[in-house]
Design a protein around this ligand. Structure first.
Ligand SMILES: [Zn+2]
Length: 217
């Protein structure tokens, strides 16, 4: 079995997400990229019952390398992002209540209101333009990849958030920061928001990605 350790790491994160109520039922999925392979959670398997052998390994071009299960029906959301973002090594798509609430608002982005957003997410959280039904996997994947740009999070319209990171822990933290940002946004709704100025978003993002943990400041 390929990547046993990574599978265990994904399974632990899935269980954390269920505990936090970020995944409900079988909605929500997780992936990791190792080299040219994507490890994906399977479709229609409850997280409590999920076993390491249930995971599916895909090649970057979408072919199954290992696994008997069907990969998550939202695999294209993951694959299309990996195809355009070499820096991304883990992706979590969750169905979290605050981000889902924001996904219904007629706005194009959640403003960059707090520091975690500039550092971890890269600033504002974009929303994809329009609702795309679950059946149209590839279209949904393209919209997610286009929407996320160089950020670490995007909200799929009338659906839910997609968060990414340089590892699984960072992707999980991005899910939490997106949810927290959306809760703040809903709280301040209809009031004027003072955003973090763009120059600070840029410098804080840079510091988080390339300097944080490597300096004494
Ligand atoms: Zn979904």
């Amino acid at each position: 079995m390929l990547y046993a350790e990574a599978r265990q790491e994904i399974l632990n994160i899935c269980r954390d997400m269920v505990k936090e109520k970020y995944f409900l039922g079988t909605w929500g999925n997780v992936s990791m990229r190792i080299g040219d392979h994507i490890i994906l959670t399977p479709s229609k398997v409850e997280y409590d019952a999920m076993k390491l052998e249930d995971f599916v390994i895909l090649s970057l071009d979408g072919n199954v390398v290992e696994g008997n299960r069907t990969p998550t029906s939202e695999k294209e959301v993951h694959r299309q992002i990996y195809l355009v973002r070499d820096d991304v090594k883990a992706i979590i798509h969750a169905h979290t209540p605050k981000a889902m609430a924001v996904s219904t608002l007629p706005v194009s982005a959640v403003p960059c209101m707090v520091e975690e957003m500039s550092q971890l997410l890269g600033g504002r959280i974009p929303l994809t333009r329009q609702y795309i039904c679950a059946e149209k996997h590839i279209e949904l994947g393209h919209a997610a990849a286009e929407g996320i740009g160089d950020k670490s999070g995007v909200i799929l319209r009338n659906h839910g958030p997609v968060a990414c990171g340089r590892d699984l822990r960072e992707a999980a933290l991005s899910v939490e920061v997106i949810e927290k940002a959306c809760a703040i946004y809903l709280d301040v709704n209809n009031r004027v928001i003072k955003e973090i100025p763009a120059k600070f978003v840029e410098s804080e993002r840079y510091r988080f990605l390339y300097k944080y943990g490597h300096e004494n400041t």
